[in-house]
Design a protein around this ligand. Sequence first.
Ligand SMILES: Nc1ncnc2c1ncn2[C@@H]1O[C@H](COP(=O)(O)OP(=O)(O)OP(=O)(O)O)[C@@H](O)[C@H]1O
Ligand SMILES: [Mg+2]
Length: 332
Amino acid sequence: MTNKKILIEVRNLKQYFSINNHLGEKSFVKAVDDVTFNIYKGETVGLVGESGSGKTTLGRSILRIYEPTSGQIKFDGVDITNFNRKKLLPYRKKMQYIFQDPYASLNPRMTVSDIIGEPIDIHNLASSKKERADKIRELMSLVGLNTEHASRYAHEFSGGQRQRIGIARAIAVEPEFIVCDEPVSALDVSIRAQIINTLEEMQDRLKLTYLFISHDLGVVRHTCDRVGVMYLGHLVELVETEELYKNPLHPYTQALLTAIPEPDPDSAKKRNRIILSGEIPSPVNPPSGCTFRTRCPYAKDICAKKEPHLTDYGNGHFASCHFAGKLKEISK
Ligand SMILES: Nc1ncnc2c1ncn2[C@@H]1O[C@H](COP(=O)(O)OP(=O)(O)OP(=O)(O)O)[C@@H](O)[C@H]1O
Ligand SMILES: [Mg+2]
């Protein structure tokens, strides 16, 4: 991308959830642990990683749905980390969230026009009933819904159509940034591409910036400009999409890619094959040093002692591994 301008800046973000164990003792789930990265205007950054790695928590923390434990979040240069509700309201409008499950996230007792109209009302975006109705119709047709269905209830729609309602609700407030949290995972495989196309079309038309959370490395490859890989609350690799698939530097990324078929035989040959063993450790009590070391086939003494940090290995290819770029040599 040329002429890159930063929209979202995340610095040393920590999101710890306090929990009580069965003895009533307090401990912390380190859901997001010291994450630092930027999102540039107009780009789509993918976020991948196993279940429980902290993708949703990171997305929600950026939107300030949660109160961050520590660190900093800037939107277009403005530090919003400690903004109260009132000061956050204009940023709530600039930043939106699209949920994974369109069945759970839409109130079935609300009509489409209630659902899309709600954010219009909250942010006072229509000055008359007619303007409000016109806006709702316009949004419905923009996302590919039949405008005659405005008074139907959410439960009357299929999954794909419900996700279109969710998209219309998110873009109703003319946001600049949207966190799409597994927007197609709950949908039928046959309609996933259509919803992805709608999201991409909205991005082009409305100049949107996306954080795109997904389990599906195939979808990410198709949709994202850059991809971040999360493991146990840490961002372990961040790089332009094609480079991630061609030249993954972190052993965890290599393991994730081992699990998916590689259409390009040259890339496939160059890749290290890593089969992950064991379960993801608990984010309450993560391993010392590098949190991936307990499942890493390359782990050495230093990995238990020293925590690696996300480092630029050239051309904005970030990885956090003591042996990034040297894995082939140390495995010999
Ligand atoms: N409100 C909360 N209170 C306590 N723990 C939480 C809370 N929300 C998330 N967690 C924990 O934080 C960790 C990260 O969860 P998160 O939902 O962010 O992961 P994820 O990568 O989005 O997973 P998935 O792919 O399953 O959606 C998990 O261990 C989860 O159990
Ligand atoms: Mg999630």
